[in-house]
Design a protein around this ligand. Structure first.
Ligand code: TYM
Length: 326
């Protein structure tokens, strides 16, 4: 039997190349190897304030992007989290088995709460909802970028704790984190992770950015005052640009270094813009085709939820039975 993969992505802000290189492209690449569930996590999005109309539109846009990058609905189930009530229900039950000290350790909560005027209980509880997403589908693997590693570890801890009380109810999931690209940094500030919620114009390259926007963002990317173009982690700006180049060009590091030997940062930026634009072009073309018929996405999301729901409900029912509910 194929191993099961589950991963999630928030329909908030613009999907950027960090999301793509760190997570989404791996979902596509391993589609045949695993049995896949990809969840558009709108319940996670409302942990911070959202515009209602925009949230709905972003869910559809994200579904279109998932198809455009190559997720095949015949091989993978794409669904919206809020269409399956078991996610919220299991979260509540798991809350009752999660010591608050475990959540207080979460570094993403610390970072995100600093940006909020009012910190919702939902934002604090976010990792338990993510745990429910994972455990409801008996996922073996959770392919994510590095920033989600701590959350996947928490989901393991919660599953292990629950199992130690009630017997083997949950599968213990494992994070799959790529060796290269698990933490793409902001172009404007390469000491900070590229992030959807960062407002800066030159911060992230979005998957749907037109070529001139990509070129301009890369042109303005922060580098340093040195000359050599080398993969040196102590020079985060150039290292980040080279990593993006590596992932889009699929060339080896030594080949890239010799290719740029004797050249300057403006050459690197020009060639980087070219490979990124070429890499995103087919995605953007497919996105246009797919979204030309909005009813296609609606049908897809409905059938995705119908396919996912029985899996989630079966695990939820088992849990309810174990804890004496219902
Ligand atoms: P989200 O929506 O922030 O990001 C989606 C995926 O993209 C990865 N990622 C990055 N990878 C490399 N470099 C970056 N700069 C970068 N930024 C983001 C993330 O690690 C993630 O894999 N909580 C999750 C969504 C979620 C989830 C789940 C994931 C909800 N339930 C269950 C896995 C399993 C999130 O906010 O991801």
């Amino acid at each position: 039997m194929k191993k099961r993969v589950l991963s999630g992505i928030q329909p908030t802000g613009n999907i950027h190349i960090g999301n793509y290189l760190g997570a989404m492209q791996h979902w596509v690449a391993s589609q045949d190897e695993y049995d896949n569930f990809f969840c558009i996590v709108d319940l996670h999005s409302i942990t911070v304030p959202q515009d209602v109309k925009q949230l709905r539109a972003k869910v559809r846009e994200l579904a279109g992007i998932l198809l455009a990058i190559g997720i095949d609905p015949e091989k993978s189930t794409i669904f919206v989290q809020s269409n399956i009530s078991a996610h919220a229900e299991l979260t509540w039950i798991l809350n009752c088995f999660t010591p608050i000290g475990w959540l207080q350790r979460m570094t993403q909560f610390k970072d995100k709460s600093e940006k909020q005027e009012v910190i919702s209980t939902g934002l604090f509880d976010y990792p338990v909802l993510m745990t429910a997403d994972i455990l409801l589908y008996n996922a073996d693997y959770v392919p994510v970028g590095e920033d989600q590693k701590q959350h996947v570890e928490l989901s393991r801890d919660i599953a292990i704790r629950f199992n130690s009380i009630y017997g083997k109810v949950f599968k213990i999931p494992e994070a799959l984190i790529p060796k290269v690209g698990a933490r793409i940094m902001g172009l404007d500030d390469p000491t900070r992770k590229m992030s959807k919620s960062e407002a800066g114009q030159g911060h992230a390259i979005n998957l749907l950015d037109p070529p001139n926007v990509i070129t301009n963002k890369i042109k303005r990317a922060a580098t340093d005052s040195q000359r050599d173009i080398l993969f040196d982690k102590n020079r985060p700006g150039v290292y980040n640009l080279l990593t993006i180049y590596e992932l889009f060009s699929k060339m080896s590091r030594p080949k890239i270094e010799s290719h740029f030997s004797g050249k300057g940062y403006s050459d690197l930026k020009k060639e980087l813009a070219e490979v990124v634009i070429e890499g995103l072009r087919p995605i953007q073309e497919r996105y246009k085709e797919i979204t030309s018929d909005p009813s296609y996405i609606e049908t897809l999301l409905k059938s995705g939820a119908d396919k996912a729901r029985p899996f989630a409900e079966s695990v939820l029912n088992k849990v309810m039975d174990k804890v004496g509910l219902g």
